[in-house]
Design a protein around this ligand. Structure first.
Ligand code: ADP
Length: 417
């Protein structure tokens, strides 16, 4: 389908330390008009892959920095389309991981916003500087379009104090901004709102547990559309077992390894963020590979999967207690949408809590929102594909005052950010 020239669209940019992912999205109907990724920025063998109606175009060769990367992307838009000058780009939407206590929603980028994101970098040293590099370059190369930042933490900025506060000396916590910030908030918020559309009830009436299970993974408890708890903490390291991250761990493990294993703080940081989780337990961070190993009889893989699922189940139980009544449990992201074994095992045995998964409905990968619970289940269990880029595009469009609702053709089911 070709987007008509008058239809507003948003260029969504997700800039990492060595990559830039982008999508040109129509916030009104959710159409992905073009998308692509610049990878291995700063290396000799950088690649750019750009997909549009014309197909996929790939470029290889050294890309020195983010500026060169984004220039290549803009060249590709000009050469193979769609021509950015011919479509109505109303905003560039940037993903930023850490918005601290400052940002509870999307904001228009100006120099003060840039300075605040920079000041928050100690809380997200791997992410915020990389996000900022993309913002700086994009503002230079696309100066005539408003730029909007959407924060991963914003949905969790107003968590209740009992969920946001760590039980440490409150003076130390205040001085060093130590609290639960959460992450994946754009996805949790999007899915919680989609859940309301799917079950046909107002979001204000629903208590929902959202399980965002990708390479990174997090759970949130959402009451009436507002987050009341989430598993990620000061950083995205806390909570569930992830592809390469440990999730919850006794902090004394860190002291033990530093004091007795000759590891530096950076070594332990690397261990817990990059060499733990499924990777550390099984040698593989991708669940498809873990299942393959389990099928081959690999004991470590069997234990690794069991640890992964056990942690998930504990959080479902904990958030059931936090919410009191759970109307919907929603699975999303790469694992949540595709892995029926994880979905079934995570909720197995919860029948006394009113959660009954239907094996036939659960079977297979889900490309669309799907009910996987039995009719007898008090809690509705759903798979709801996430779409962070669309959520960012819609928030960006609202910030620049071009709400999706303004378009008469907006289908009711997707008309709200
Ligand atoms: P992220 O955005 O965090 O990088 P995704 O949400 O794309 O991650 O999820 C990626 C993960 O999803 C993979 O590492 C893999 O474990 C899991 N995954 C993807 N497809 C499947 C599948 N068919 N079956 C099981 N797991 C899958």
């Amino acid at each position: 389908m070709t987007t008509s020239a008058h239809q507003p669209c948003v260029l969504v940019v997700n800039s990492g330390s060595s990559s830039i992912k982008y999508q040109l999205v129509s916030p009104v109907d959710g159409e992905r008009i073009a998308s692509g990724i610049v990878e291995r920025i700063g290396e000799d063998a950088s690649t750019v892959s750009h997909t549009s109606a014309a197909g996929t175009t790939t470029r290889e060769g050294a890309i020195a920095d983010h500026e060169a990367g984004l220039r290549t992307v803009l060249d590709l838009f000009a050469e193979v389309g769609p021509d950015l000058a011919a479509v109505d780009v109303v905003a560039v939407g940037h993903r930023v991981v850490q918005g601290g206590a400052e940002f509870g929603g999307p904001v228009l980028v100006d120099d003060d916003v840039v300075a605040t994101i920079e000041a928050l970098s100690p809380l997200a040293p791997l992410h915020n500087p990389a996000n900022l590099a993309g913002i700086t370059v994009a503002r230079e190369l696309l100066p005539d379009v408003p730029h909007v930042v959407v924060f991963d933490t914003a949905f969790f900025r107003d968590l209740p104090a009992e969920a946001a506060t760590y039980a440490i000396d409150r003076g130390v916590a205040a001085e060093h901004q130590v609290r639960r910030y959460g992450a994946h908030g754009t996805s949790h918020q999007y899915v919680a709102q989609r859940v309301a559309e799917v079950v046909g009830r107002p979001v204000e009436e629903l208590n929902t547990i959202v399980l965002h299970l990708g390479n990174g993974a997090s759970v949130s408890a959402v009451r009436g559309g507002a987050a009341v708890d989430t598993s990620m903490g000061l950083t995205p390291l806390e909570g569930l077992v992830m592809g390469t991250r440990s999730g919850d761990i006794d902090p004394a493990v860190v002291f033990h390894l530093v004091r007795n294993a000759g590891m530096s703080v950076d070594d332990v940081d690397d261990l817990l963020n990059r060499r733990s989780g499924l990777k550390g337990l099984t040698g593989q961070n991708d669940l498809r590979e873990v299942h393959r190993l389990v099928d081959e009889g690999d004991e470590d893989a069997r234990t690794g999967l069991a640890v992964y699922v056990h942690r998930l189940k504990k959080y479902v139980g904990a958030y059931t207690a936090v919410l009191g009544r759970v109307d919907v449990i929603a699975f999303t992201a790469g694992v949540g949408e595709n892995d029926d074994v994880v979905r079934a095992q995570a909720l197995a045995g919860l029948e006394p809590l009113g959660v009954v998964v239907d094996a036939a409905r659960n079977a297979g990968r889900k490309k669309e929102a799907t009910v996987i619970s039995a009719d007898s289940s008090r809690t509705t269990v759903l798979v709801v594909p996430t779409n962070e880029e669309l959520a960012i595009a819609r928030q960006a469009m609202e910030v620049v005052g071009r709400g999706a609702d303004e378009d008469d053709e907006a289908p009711a089911a997707v008309g709200h950010a």
